[in-house]
Design a protein. Structure first.
Ligand code: KIV
Length: 263
């Protein structure tokens, strides 16, 4: 049976960690499905790990639609989430058109890199029938605004602001939150306060779920981020490494506080 937002809400209620991993093609989508991964994210990280760019900024809506369609042909069970690419949020009409294109290609939810200015956009997308995951913190499309891949929300004013943004985006209709590159204590506070599922990456073991980029998990990234883990050593192959990641998340053995998180 297909995983839906209701499944994720139930997992949050039951305290069962949600497993999420990126994929960009049908073969890996099949492997993730076989490992019982709850959510497959067709992230704009494809610009870096598939296309070889230095950032996610060159990725177009046509690129993401192409990869969502491929993944949707491989995955029968996992819920599919897809990224609204850079500048897809430039106005409401563009966000609705691009979000609609992702849903038509097979996505069940669209992830939007957000800050405090996005509540209205999220309200309009949700109102139009596009389920939204609001991505907060170290949002990679803002890498040049941040001046690098820097942890966000470290100062107390910035932490308070992010917590207020999370509340506002949830009130605007976001059905899921994703926290990236956020101090562990702040991520824990946001996850505990949210009524919707909160997925973390470089955030907190107390988030309702965890996501990583597939290439980091299977040891294909030359210089992986500190919050990631390569599950290939000791695994018999790709399927075993992906299953080991899923088990480590479900049994709360990954991420490890202090090792994969930040202060
Ligand atoms: O694009 C992506 O893969 C992402 C994850 C790193 C969360 O946004």
């Amino acid at each position: 049976m297909r995983t839906t937002i209701r499944t994720l809400e139930r997992h949050k209620r039951d305290g069962r960690p949600i497993t999420c991993l990126t994929a960009y093609d049908a073969s890996f989508a099949r492997l993730l499905d076989a490992a019982d991964i709850d959510v497959i994210l067709v992230g704009d990280s494809l610009g870096m790990v598939v296309q070889g760019h230095e950032t996610t900024l060159p990725v177009t809506i046509e690129d993401v639609v192409y990869h969502v369609a491929a993944v949707s042909r491989g995955a029968r069970r996992a819920m599919l989430m897809a990224d609204l690419p850079f500048l897809g949020d430039r106005d409401v009409l563009t966000a609705l058109e691009q979000g609609g294109a992702l849903m038509r290609a097979g996505a069940q939810m669209v992830k939007v890199e957000c800050d405090g200015a996005h509540a209205d956009l999220v309200r309009r997308m949700a109102g139009a029938g596009i389920p939204v995951c609001a991505h907060l913190g170290l949002t990679p499309q803002a890498v040049h605004r941040f001046g690098g891949y820097r942890i966000q929300g470290r100062e107390s004013a910035a932490a308070d602001r992010m917590q207020a943004e999370a509340r506002a985006l949830e009130a605007a209709g976001a059905q899921c939150l994703l926290l990236e590159g956020v101090p562990e204590a702040l991520a824990t506070r946001i996850a505990h306060a949210a009524r919707v599922p909160v997925i973390g990456i470089g955030a907190s073991p107390d988030c309702d779920g965890q996501v990583l980029v597939l290439q980091d998990v299977i040891g294909l990234t030359p210089d992986p981020p500190r919050f990631a883990r390569n599950f290939m050593p000791g695994a018999g192959g790709l399927a075993e490494a992906i299953a080991a990641y899923a088990a480590a998340v479900r049994e709360r053995r990954f991420p490890v506080s202090g090792e994969h998180t930040f202060t």
